[in-house]
Design a protein around this ligand. Sequence first.
Ligand SMILES: *Cc1c(COP(=O)(O)O)cnc(C)c1O
Length: 486
Amino acid sequence: MHYVSTRGHAAQQNFSEILLGGLAPDGGLYLPQSYPQVTGAELDAWRKLSYAGLALEVLKKFATDIPAADLQALTAKTYTADVYRNTRKQEDAAQITPLRVLQDKGGRKLILQALSNGPTLAFKDMAMQLLGNLFEYTLDKRHAELNIFGATSGDTGSAAEYAMRGKRGIRVFMLSPHKKMSAFQTAQMFSLQDTNIFNIAVEGVFDDCQDMVKAVSNDLEFKQRQKIGTVNSINWARVVAQVVYYFRGYLSATGNNEQQVSFTVPSGNFGNICAGHIARMMGLPIAQLVVATNENDVLDEFFRTGVYRVRKSAETWHTTSPSMDISKASNFERFIYDLLDGDSARVAALFRKVETAGGFDLSGGPGSDGDEFAKVARFGFVSGKSVHADRLNTIRQVKQDYGITVDTHTADGVKVALEHLQEGVPMIVLETALPAKFNETIREALGRDAERPAGFENIEALPQRFEVMNADVAKMKAYIAAHTGL
Ligand SMILES: *Cc1c(COP(=O)(O)O)cnc(C)c1O
């Protein structure tokens, strides 16, 4: 299996070669030359597999340059009941992503697929835990080391730290805005005592952290010498790891391959639902892929109109589903490449236009950049939007009708899923976080605290390990160099 850039860069790479990198050299994103296909016989066989077994089968199709026995060991070590133990019901932990039927009346079935039972209580653990093990394995083979440098406003940073803690050859330097994360999120990250994890609280807002990462990454000499890498959502291995749970959800919700299901995905950077798109391209019988956004509705706008219009910082709202507060969707280029039949010259031109003119228009209207919006339905995509009042209502409604508390992001998903529910096609909503992470809004909706999984009761009281720094790039570089010794 070889990988190509969405913008046409010639050199083809294999899975291990793109594992540690980010963007392709031409600024594009990596995709496989063609999507591997899954036969009915394979799907039948996969029905009986454990989650780790299924992850192995999916990974084998994409990581053809890693020996199957090694992939087997890596997936078996990653997807265990112990790592994914934060289930509502203890006996469900072995399923890794258990389903829960919320509603089943008149052929209209609504199901929740729990993706948030890992160590940081958000779906990012699903991919990041595998990435940590893949990184360690690859670096070990090359006798190499890697220093991950990133910025977080919450979920990504903690998922990365919990995946990389204690791993040989890896250090994590993670910037976060000082005193701006929730107490729970702060405690999750700062209570880690592993010596390869460095938490840096920056005096400023998230954008200041992001700017520091950019400034350091633009110094290519420093970046090379310090072996700096990232783990952001465009990483191809993360996308592949996410493909697995679409297969799991489908196989668990159906009895045979004649049946179809739909998925609703609370979306921000389009990483999660991009994996659903890939599963569908591989032949998984998915009827609809429903993109659910919050007030930051860049993606909803595209899937309603064909116009992709990125937002400025001043138009990017801080909402109560903060992990979906994005101004542009960094994985969206992968879908546009498929929508344009792999025409990389046009993809490159459109995404150059995003930089220069703030977006593009595929509606086919006067002055538009193309008419491919007409083809979007063929890929199963539809969309919807949910705002703060919807979230509160949905959290209350789900609690009242089904007796469980969903987090704010999942509530956005449930709200939009109900608008697209079709008779005879089960709708699976991906649960992207547990409510304990966003307790402030749960209190607002329900008037009481969200339940916390065992072991998290007193997390805020644990000793914290972090460094406060002002937004000073030179100081940051000196700090990294001092701790890597490179
Ligand atoms: C990251 C995140 C999302 C958005 O996922 P994308 O892959 O960026 O679309 C949604 N919900 C939660 C809880 C998240 O952490």
